[in-house]
Design a protein around this ligand. Structure first.
Ligand code: G4P
Length: 259
């Protein structure tokens, strides 16, 4: 059972500074860091999340996809104005907090992703969980060691196959790993990362994705491997000018038209 500690904060403001406008983000940041330092990480995450309104930012994510996403075909969605070319940093940080809320009890020690577009989201999750993140590299650099975990991955958008690799020093049998990526599509990249985690002997806690295209085979492939998946926006179907999201309500799945 969690122990609750009473606490009081005394704030003194000189009279001549009472006219100062209070910036909500700054106040939140001060309180978030106070609770993180004094009351434990998970509780701080809960408080931060409650302060912002649960799920509100994730509704914003769906709105942004609807407003700014360019649906190039029935399988390709372009979201490079806020997600994977220019990045909305506040939205990215909010996705990290959401993954920390969902997977917060799992004692995660490391977040894993693949370059390039997973990096900002793995970093956000790593910040929210207070752990490092590691990204798998698609090309071997001269600076890399020879002790690597390697998996072949075919890129959906680039049409190339990469030997993705992670230095063995950064993934160990004692780790509890959350994989984070921008898209869950055909599952090729994520299956490669799952294989790398399992080869390392680390425990895979789950996979967190920003956008899932549920009509593609990725979720099925991962579930067949026994992987827990949490996606922040799940697209049931799309075509130019139209996107349909899946909403989970208890055991029911509702498909809602949002465009
Ligand atoms: P996955 O489901 O395991 O992610 O595998 P898949 O091979 O299907 O997709 C991996 C790559 O394709 C990733 O980028 C991912 O971001 C991208 N991707 C998949 N579907 C879409 C889409 O509808 N729109 C966009 N913009 N990207 C998509 P990548 O090719 O490895 O490149 P990058 O991360 O270096 O940009």
């Amino acid at each position: 059972m969690r122990t609750r500690h009473a606490c009081a904060i005394r704030i003194s403001i000189p009279k001549d500074r009472l006219h100062l406008r209070v910036d909500q983000a700054q106040v939140e940041a001060v309180f978030f860091s106070f609770f993180r330092n004094n009351r434990g990480k998970n509780e701080a995450i809960e408080l931060d999340h409650a302060a912002k309104g649960r799920g509100q930012k994730m509704k914003e994510l769906e709105e942004r996809i609807r407003r700014e996403g360019a649906i190039l075909s029935e399988t390709v969605l372009k979201v490079d104005s806020f997600l994977n070319h220019q990045v909305d940093t506040e939205l990215a940080l909010a996705t990290g907090r959401e993954f920390a809320r969902v997977f917060g009890d799992e004692k995660i020690t490391k977040v894993l992703t693949i370059e390039a577009s997973g990096i900002q989201f793995a970093m956000a999750a790593g910040i929210a969980l207070g752990v490092p993140f590691v990204y798998a590299k698609k090309k071997k650099a001269v600076t890399q060691s020879d002790k690597l975990y390697v998996a072949p991955v075919h890129s959906f958008t680039r049409g190339e196959t990469y030997q993705v690799s992670v230095d063995q020093r950064y993934l160990n049998a004692g780790d509890r790993v959350l994989i984070v990526d921008d898209f869950l599509a055909t599952g090729a990249a994520l299956v490669g990362l799952v294989d790398i985690v399992r080869e390392s002997g680390a425990e895979l806690v789950g996979v967190g994705c920003i956008i899932e295209k549920s009509f593609q085979e990725g979720r099925g492939l991962l579930e067949a491997k026994g992987v827990r998946i949490h996606s922040l926006a799940r697209i049931a179907s799309m075509k130019p000018g139209e996107v349909h999201f899946i909403e989970e309500t208890g055991n029911r799945q509702l498909t809602e038209e949002r465009a």
